[in-house]
Design a protein around this ligand. Structure first.
Ligand SMILES: CC(C)(COP(=O)(O)OP(=O)(O)OC[C@H]1O[C@@H](n2cnc3c(N)ncnc32)[C@H](O)[C@@H]1OP(=O)(O)O)[C@@H](O)C(=O)NCCC(=O)NCCS
Ligand SMILES: [Zn+2]
Length: 256
């Protein structure tokens, strides 16, 4: 086996929002505490707190350091692209993907939260993106599908039985957004410009029409029950060996 065909290890941790508690606030830095207190809803505060706490605890363990030695730089690939093109950007308050720096430099993470679930994904040396979406009764599902699905995706989607459409829409969305989050572009990368396979078939990137084309990507759905859709994208051409830590394991992680 050549070195490049060795599998790449990636891990995902899930937490239920009920695992949030005040003790975790000690894990946030000053900027994070300020952001935490700006959320109006307790549910938003809890999701944010869990994402950052899980990230610090897991990275501290991997890097063999104390959680407070783990720092993040927020990087928005969309704004970086705009400022490279001389079209402004980069003047806003720091925002974007948290990239581990300090003692945990070299690791990559992605955080997602929706409804009662928080996901943290981690790998070493390759960018990755995780997304979780609650399947909701969106009033204008057809309108939303019209401007988020690529033409080929929309054709498949609109031929599905009515009862399957909401689940399939969020299945598409999670796959596409996981890819966009992996590149650090976020939604500004354009959901219609990223093409993926239909949700009832194996997850795969089909085309990338926008900037920051990742070339190769490994894509997989993650199971979070019938009310949610979730996906993980890892920007590598290698096989990925994924370890998923279920929500039952989160309380022990968060007690560390
Ligand atoms: C940021 C974004 C990817 C989040 O997607 P979402 O489905 O609403 O939320 P998720 O829970 O899946 O993801 C949120 C997490 O994504 C991460 N994130 C933020 N920006 C990101 C980016 N550009 N790329 C990858 N990840 C990003 C953060 O960790 C955030 O969690 P946190 O705030 O608790 O740390 C999406 O809302 C987006 O791209 N928004 C664009 C916002 C915008 O227009 N900004 C203006 C300047 S570009
Ligand atoms: Zn930006």
């Amino acid at each position: 086996m050549t070195l490049s065909s060795a599998p790449l290890e990636s891990s995902v941790w899930w937490a239920h929002t009920s695992a949030a508690n005040e003790r975790l606030l000690r894990l946030l830095d000053g900027g994070e505490l300020a952001r935490h207190s700006r959320f109006r809803l307790q549910a938003d505060r809890d999701r944010y707190l869990l994402g950052r706490s899980m990230a610090r605890l897991v990275l501290a363990e991997r890097a063999g350091c104390a959680p407070e030695k783990v720092t993040f730089e927020l990087r928005c690939a969309s704004c970086e692209e705009k400022s490279r093109a001389g079209a402004g950007g980069g003047d806003d308050a720091p925002h974007g993907k948290p990239v581990p720096t300090g003692a945990a430099g070299g690791w990559e993470i992605s955080v997602s939260h929706s409804g009662e679930w928080v996901a943290l994904a981690l790998a070493r040396g390759v960018a990755l993106g995780v997304d979780v979406e609650r399947v909701s009764d969106t009033r204008d599902l057809a309108g939303l599908a019209g401007y988020t699905l690529a033409d080929t995706e929309h054709e498949v989607w609109s031929a599905l039985p009515e009862a399957d459409r909401a689940g399939a829409f969020f299945g598409y969305w999670a796959r596409k957004e996981a890819l966009l989050k992996a590149t650090g572009l976020g939604l500004s990368g354009g959901l219609r410009r990223v093409g993926v396979t239909p949700p009832h078939t194996r997850a795969r990137l089909l085309f990338w029409e926008g900037g920051a084309d990742p070339g190769a990507a490994w894509l997989s759905d993650l199971d979070r029950g019938p009310e949610y859709r979730s996906a993980l994208a890892v920007l590598t051409d290698r096989r990925v060996e994924l370890t998923v830590h279920p929500p039952e394991a989160a309380p022990a992680l968060l007690r560390r």
